[in-house]
Write a protein that binds this ligand. Structure first.
Ligand SMILES: [Zn+2]
Length: 377
């Protein structure tokens, strides 16, 4: 067994304490005051366990964000770890309980488990005095669950100086596979104007925005391709005013998912080119690509192979998988920086009532990241 893994296993109960402190400091993205308190807990844990530079990036609307640095590094390029400490849970919505070696509670799996293993991975590197030519930058945002509006710029800026990115987001259940691909996502809004009229007196004179929208929906759905992993979901529609009035307005909101960057460009073009079928109506499209996909390219496979080898040394097989959901890893992957995601500990139930983490897995996940960093710094 590796020294790093046995060190971490010896400290499992302390790792559990770190995790519990973070989980007890509830941090719904939408409550700045509360979230900031969790940020302070996080900063204290970093300073206590790792030491080093902790830069606070103050925020007005969401919780403050943190940029922690491990090592000094002579080289310009760094290794980046991105995470978030906000959760989808409002205060008190989900009870915290420990049962049979499992911790249940808000954010345990998404992603305070990953915060814990990252802090302890850095702690282990420091313990063994492992420093390299590159520094490790650990960025923690506070608004990932609400779209990363106030962190995207920082993430992209940090990514440009990084040779690789590790994302300790929740793993794939049940066997804690890492994510070597994630779909990209786009959001489009379709606004349709028609010509109103009396449905009884002059039914043929108007142009119904609702009828036009119905035709557009059929058209948009043609862009979906199950084989290629492209999906189109018209998730919201509204329009019209009364049954006896020809609809003047209709509106739809659409979520598209895709697996390759070229598909994103193509979809964007197709949406922009939607044209009306009915005389007298107009179709206006806004929105676009929100996150490019994390594609399973040669560099990602290399990062995965490296992790797999480390895991084999720890006596288990590390699996890989893909996710239809997006994370901040999509931003860094979108810039062409090799990114591997889903490095968080074993567990399940992100955003659901049984959210939990398997505590015995914490040392393994921390050791996995620590040894990957050791190889690459
Ligand atoms: Zn997450």
């Amino acid at each position: 067994m590796s020294d790093i893994l046995s060190f971490l296993q010896d400290h499992q109960s302390e790792m559990e304490e770190t995790l519990l402190r973070l989980v007890e400091a509830e941090s719904p993205s939408t409550n700045k005051e509360l979230t900031d308190q969790c940020g302070i807990v996080l900063q204290k844990e970093f300073e206590r366990l790792v030491g080093g530079k902790a830069e606070i990036i103050p925020q007005e609307r969401v919780g403050n964000q943190y940029c922690f640095t491990y090592g000094t590094g002579e080289e310009q390029e760094q290794i980046l770890i991105i995470a978030h400490y906000d959760t989808v849970w409002s205060q008190g919505a989900l009870p915290i309980k420990k049962e049979n070696g499992i911790l249940y509670g808000p954010g345990t799996f998404d992603m305070k488990g990953g915060l814990t293993t990252t802090l302890w991975a850095l702690k282990a590197l420091k313990e063994f005095n492992i420093f390299g030519k590159r520094k490790v930058v650990f960025f923690v945002s506070s608004d990932e669950e609400v779209g990363s509006l106030f962190s995207r710029e920082t993430i992209e800026k940090l990514a440009k100086d990084s040779s690789m990115v590790y994302v300790p987001e929740s793993s794939i259940s049940p066997d804690a596979a890492v994510k070597t691909s994630r779909k990209g996502v786009g959001w489009f809004t379709i606004n349709i104007s028609g010509v109103t009229g009396h449905a009884g007196i002059d039914p043929w004179a108007g142009a119904s925005a609702i009828e036009e929208l119905a035709l557009q929906i059929v058209e948009m759905k043609k862009l979906a391709d199950k084989e290629k992993g492209i999906s189109v979901n018209v998730g919201l529609i509204e329009g019209g005013s009364r049954p006896n009035v020809i609809a003047k307005h209709a509106h739809a909101e659409v979520d598209v998912r895709f697996t390759a960057k070229e598909q994103a460009y193509e979809l964007e073009r197709e949406f922009q080119n939607l044209t009306p079928f009915l005389n007298g109506t107009t179709v206006e499209v806004s929105g676009g690509i929100n996150r490019y996909p994390l594609e399973r390219n040669a560099e990602v496979i290399m990062l995965y192979e490296q992790l797999k080898e480390i895991a084999a040394g720890h006596g288990y097989e590390l699996k890989e998988g893909s996710s239809g959901g997006a994370s901040d890893g999509n931003f860094t992957a979108g810039l062409g920086i090799p990114t591997i995601d889903g490095l968080g500990p074993q567990g399940a139930g992100a955003h659901s009532d049984d959210e939990h983490v398997v505590l015995a897995n914490l040392p393994y996940r921390a050791a996995l990241l620590a040894e990957a960093l050791k190889k690459n710094i």
